[in-house]
Design a protein around this ligand. Sequence first.
Ligand code: FAD
Length: 375
Amino acid sequence: MTQTKRVAVIGGGIVGATAAFYLSKKYDDVDIYDDGMGQATSAAAGIICPWLSQRRNKEWYELASKGAAFYPQLMHDLNEPLSDSDIYQQVGTLVFKKKPSLLKKLEQIALKRRETAPEIGDIALLSPKEIKAKFPLYGLEESALFASGGARVDGSLLTKKLIDQAIFNGARHYSEKVILSHSHPSEYVIRSTTQTKTYDAVVLAVGAWLPELLNPLGLEVDIRPQKGQLIQLHLQEDMSKWPVIMPDGEKDIIPFSNGKIIVGATHENDGGYDLTPTKEKLELMLAEAIELAPGLKNASITSIRVGTRAYTSDFAPFFGAVPNYPNLFTASGLGSSGLTSGPLIGRMLSQIISGEPTDLPLSDYPVEQYIKKIQ
Ligand SMILES: Cc1cc2nc3c(=O)[nH]c(=O)nc-3n(C[C@H](O)[C@H](O)[C@H](O)COP(=O)(O)OP(=O)(O)OC[C@H]3O[C@@H](n4cnc5c(N)ncnc54)[C@H](O)[C@@H]3O)c2cc1C
């Protein structure tokens, strides 16, 4: 049953697109505003494998592992096939460590985590020969840990599908940069160069741009941008079932269907909001990837992608209601795992607006810790 509340979502990356999709099933009047269609989401590498991360933050792990487990449900809700989709595919992940002892330790962590996260799938230490059977480009003699539940996702295709479905359900999409103001105790005004509209509830899913959007309301936000660059290559191979490769360090290798293979990404804390590719950084990343996968020498570069991640000062994400602003909701600080956690966060934002229980306790991701009144 649809309801009459006027709802706006600012930001059409993974969080905003998912929130808009679920909101469009419940409300007749949903508008989505986005000036870049997911600046981080469309640049992202696409790895969904939180279980093998050695990050210690319990709340982050809970969010990321539940976020990864949510993907099959999301695909179902989008009527997207699980076994053969260009958007999302569980192809498995191969994780490398510099020392065999660290690989053994990771295997123990993975086995322990599987007790509460069966989505991780089969775990196995693979020899170089077994790795080559799964990833024919492999050229080293090191072993790796394989987790069959690891997945790859095309962030750009996923957000497009979510927005298209939201539009199909009656939502409207505007490719515009907007500003927000608070007109009445429970109403918000959104202005673009072409229109001004009033809403009963607003979701701010603008990633690294949250400080800019909330500053005019007298709020400061603990968010900083981090630049990420990656290279998209093309190979004449059917890579649709090849696993995601996660070597020790920054450069991951993510094969997709249709001959697409990604190498990346950089993590540049001094890059600000700049989206200019840097030749030296990209060349270095590609050279390192070729050491692991010499067959990449035959690949042609089809594009360079640059995006901006949003980080809080303690690297933790937050989402929920903006304090002292009724019916204003937000999520940010998803860092380098937002493709993994973003869909679940988007659905939770829609649950909050419609008064349903959320998948995770909001108190573990407190907005008030990161958004404060400017003194
Ligand atoms: C290079 C790179 C690789 C990554 N790889 C992975 C990965 O492998 N796995 C993983 O889990 N995560 C990965 N991430 C992280 C993930 O992409 C992000 O955390 C996630 O996409 C953030 O989503 P978001 O919806 O919060 O923000 P975004 O995708 O940035 O979307 C925010 C949108 O809001 C728009 N916007 C901002 N202000 C306004 C305004 N005033 N008016 C209108 N629109 C506005 C922006 O233009 C943008 O389109 C990667 C990120 C990068 C950059």
